[in-house]
Design a protein around this ligand. Sequence first.
Ligand code: AMP
Ligand code: SF4
Length: 467
Amino acid sequence: MKEWNEECAVVGIYNAHNASVLSYYSLFSMQHRGQEASGISASNGQKISTYKNNGLVTKVFNKTILEKLQGKSSIGHNRYSTAGEDSINDSQPIFAKYGLGEIALAHNGNFTNAKEIRESLIQEGAIFQSHLDTENLIHLIAKSHRNHLVDRIKDALTKIRGAYALVFLSRTKMFVVRDQYGLRPLSLGKIKNPDGSTGYIVASESCAFDLIGADYIRDVLPGEMLVFEGAYTNNDVVPQSMQIFPPTPNPCIFEYVYFARPDSKVFGKNVYEIRKQMGVELAKEHKIQADMVIPVPDSGVAAALGYSRESGIPFELGIIRNHYVGRTFIEPTQSMRELKVKLKLNPIAELISGKDIIVIDDSIVRGTTSKQIIKILKQAGAKKIHLFISSPPTISPCFYGVDTPDKSDLICANHSLEEVRDFIGADSLFFLSLEGLKKSINSEENKRFCQACFDGHYIEELTGRKD
Ligand code: AMP
Ligand code: SF4
């Protein structure tokens, strides 16, 4: 069964006027983390209202819908997923009525023991409405005999293994938890309300804070739970912090490589600066002669700037991206994939014709994107194409919430460097080393990262599997 918690974005807003509108803008700024479906739950202190649908944030919501999602607290979710069922039941937030009242929940990550838990819950008579591993959590919370939701959440999470950034909404409170490994990002910010009171935001990426004028405070810590209350009693809201699991930080290094927006601060560091430094390190590791450095837009732009600066080879925007590409209406055959690349990317033939070019992208997964890009560059007359990748070869799948294909489809897991170069059709191919990648990050806070997709070493207690 396909589980639906790949990547995604979550947001939580507490004690703010029009909380659902702030969730909407936050989800809009994090659209890159998931384009399949979007949802918001809001509470007015009496009841929780939820609206979710398939599509982009701007398509799912309008003024009328947001006006119905009233209250000072709200959570939201963007779902990422490119294949399989399109059921609304598989989008989030999940809403349920249970022994203590109402609850809504949004999750970014992946539970590695989801199948086991679901099977045992079904044995005990539970009925599931979705394919979401997150639904397990609702059942575990509903079954717990504790008197307070905070204890029920803690109880339920002791049974869950995996990667999670979670936001829960009850009628009057909001709860936020990050797994003890800190695999998925989650930051805390402050909102200045027009009446002078303070509201709070938690979001997968800090770019959400910028859009709504919130100030970054800090990351939610690995293994930390934050409880927000007071919005409906007119008390000052001060988030209460509890370390519910011992922190063993292993944040996802791939957030820096590809996933996060460059203007976000992720795991305490700005993504753009790190990506640029990856280009610098790439140039230090692999020096060659060429006429120009060209990024694959947008994923290779920052690294290409860094490469150009370090090598002295001029930077050119040799490939132009059409930002308005939505869906293509043709079956996903090989020729459709080619069309998809051409719809999105077009090389400037006058610039690159007859030239030796260095093309920079962030990663190779299946190899199909690189192959298509090289093909259109050759068609546009490039003499030689040297492909530089600002991360190491992706050799293992992710089981912690990033959508990577099975190992059998990861080209670098199954082929030599020379075979990969030959398949994609480049004249030469270079990757940044894992050491170079970590040097680029140079984090004081984080000495360890999850880098399993590059080295195959999964977190022992979580294992490398997805149920
Ligand atoms: P591929 O064609 O499979 O080699 O895909 C590589 C391209 O997809 C790169 O240009 C990346 O920018 C992008 N990419 C890398 N990882 C992911 C991911 N998890 N989800 C979507 N796109 C990705
Ligand atoms: Fe991130 Fe890769 Fe680890 Fe998955 S396996 S959490 S993508 S570093």
